[in-house]
Design a protein around this ligand. Sequence first.
Ligand code: RAM
Length: 379
Amino acid sequence: MNKLRFLILVTVILAVILPGVSAQDGDPIVAEPGQELNMVLLPKTLGNAVFDQAHEGAMEAHEELENPGELIFNAPTPDNAIPGQIEIIESAITQEVDAIMISANDYEQLLPSTQSAMEAGITVVTWDSPVAPEGEALFIAQVDFDETGQVMADMALSILGEEGGEFAILSATPDASNQNAWIEALQTVLEEDDTYEALELVDIVYGNDDPDDSYNEALGLIDSYPDLQLIMAPTTVGIAAAAKAMFDEGLCSEIAVSGLGLPAEMQEFTELGCAPQFALWSFTDLGYLTYYVTYLLATGAMEAEEGVTFEAGRMGTYTIEADPTREDALRVLMGPFSVYTEENIDEWAMDEEEMDEEEGEGDEEGEMEEEATEESDAG
Ligand code: RAM
C-alpha cells in the first residue's frame, strides 16, 4: 500500500471510530445525529409557561438530532419542589437514563442525588438554576447572573427616577439558586454604585413561584409599606401575580411592577401601565441549547472542560467557560437579555403568538393567524 492510500485509510477509520469528534483540534465539535439517549428534562415545577417553552426548545433539538431515545419531561408541583425533584432524580437513576437536565430548586440540597446520578454514569447538566459545581457537569446560564442584578437596578432607576423611593423584592422560593444570586447581584449594585443611592430596598418576600402565594405576598407588601413605589419580581410567576394584584387594587399609578417577565403574560399589564418595564431571555432557546450541550456530553463527543467549543444547531457556536459568578464552576453563556416596554411589547408578544400558532395545524392555525392580525390591526 502506498503512503497516500495508507493515509486515506487511516483517516476513514478515524472518522468511523470517532463519531462526533471534529477532525481538527480547535474546530467546533459537531454533534453526530441518531445516537440513542434517554434524557430527562427536569424544570423547577410543572405549570409554569416558561418551562413549557424550554420543553418546546428541547423537543426541537431532540427531533433535529434524530435521537431514537426518549425525552422525558417531568417536574414537581410548587408545594413539593425540593423533595419532588429529589424523587424524580432518584427514579431516573433507577431507570438508568443517560442524562438529566435540571433547573434546580436548591443549590445544596439536591447535591446527594445529582452526585449519585453522576456516579451512576448519568450526565447531569443544570440550566436556568444551578446546583453547586460538584453536583453538575456544567451550567447553561441563560444570561450572566451579575448582569441580572445590573439590569434590575437599571429598570428600578428608570421607573423611579433620580429621586428614587422605596421598593421591595417579590422572589420565587427562598432556596432558588438563580433568584438568590440575582438578588445578591442587585444588592451589590445598590451598595457599590452611588448612581442608585436613592433606591431603598425595604424587604424581600417569597411567593414560591405559586400564583396565589405571590399575589398574596404582593398585597402584604402594600399593607406593610405605605410608601412603597415599586415591586421588583425576578420571577415570571411573581411579576405577573404582582401586576395583577396592583391592577385589582387600582394601584398601578402608585406602585409599579418590574422584574423578569414573560411578554405573553405581561403584555396586558404593560399596556395598562402596571408594569412599565421588564426583562427576559428566550426559554425556548435555553431548552434547545441545553439539549444540544447535554447530547454532546452524554454521547461522549465533548468533555465538560473550559475552552471547548461546539456547535449548537441553529444557535451557532459556543464555548465552555469558567463561570465568573461561581467558584470552580463551568458554564455555557446564552443571552441576551431583552427589555420590554410599552413601545416594543406588541411586537414581542406577537412573535410568541406566531410561534405558538406554527405548532397548531390546518384550519385552526389559519383562524388563529387571522385573529392575531385583527388584534394588531385594531391596536
Ligand atoms: C420563573 C422561574 C425561573 C426563572 C424565571 C425568571 O419562571 O423561577 O427559574 O428563570 O422565573
